[in-house]
Design a protein around this ligand. Structure first.
Ligand code: GTP
Ligand code: MG
Length: 195
């Protein structure tokens, strides 16, 4: 897709009613600090439209980026951020669940996992929950630039085993710095726009 314009159209907090969009949506889920907002910027070719931070817990709302009036990229808050209160954690969890459960236009869920680490219990729970909701998530293994090339296959194996990925699940190694993986992600979204 040629990106002509991008626009942060809707921001939803805990008490907001989710928009009843007509365009297709794709969502980016993953633990806090895994690189969701950075990935969205890389996809949109913007440096900082989606706010990122070295501090986990940056994105606390559900943010809908309208691309060309063709598709929404939906930036979700991260889960599993240790430093927030239990009440806060519960709120974010409920927001993510409500979104995945009720959005009628949600066509694809990308689940981001840091390629350097074994998936956490929260990652596994999220994966299972997405599958349970009837989606076939695409796994994006983020921060690829932080690994030596010789480590990549081993980490991918750890990731696949840790999540117990279903056979045939697409896994895309990605770096928001080198932009490796960007075209593969766009190919999936282009297919959604074209159908
Ligand atoms: P929350 O909004 O807190 O859930 O985090 P997030 O998943 O949106 O992460 P964000 O994009 O804000 O990135 C977190 C940190 O990781 C920032 O310091 C980014 O610069 C860094 N980061 C993200 N992606 C990459 C990557 O591919 N490579 C490297 N080296 N750093 C990355
Ligand atoms: Mg974020």
């Amino acid at each position: 897709m040629v990106i002509k314009n991008v626009n942060l159209e809707t921001v939803c907090g805990y008490t907001s009613t989710l928009p009843d969009n007509t365009l297709p949506e794709v969502a980016f889920a993953g633990k806090s600090n895994v690189g969701k907002s950075s990935l969205i910027n890389a996809l949109m070719n913007r440096k900082a439209l989606a706010r990122t931070s070295a501090q986990p817990g940056k994105t606390q709302t559900i943010n809908y980026y309208n691309i060309n009036e063709e598709i929404y990229l939906v930036d979700l808050p991260g889960y599993g951020f240790a430093k927030v209160s239990e009440a806060e954690k519960k709120k974010w969890g409920e927001m993510i669940e409500k979104y995945l459960h009720t959005s009628k236009q949600l066509k694809k869920v990308f689940l981001l996992i840091d390629i350097r680490h074994k998936p956490s219990a929260n990652d596994k729970m999220m994966y299972d929950w997405i599958v349970y909701q009837g989606f076939e998530p695409v796994i994006v293994a983020t921060k690829l630039d932080k690994l030596k090339r010789s480590q990549v296959q081993k980490q991918i194996k750890i990731l696949k085993e840790g999540l117990e990925l279903k056979k045939g699940t697409t896994l895309i190694p990605f770096s928001s710095i080198s932009k490796q993986g960007r075209e593969e992600i766009w190919a999936i979204m282009d297919e959604i726009v074209d159908t």
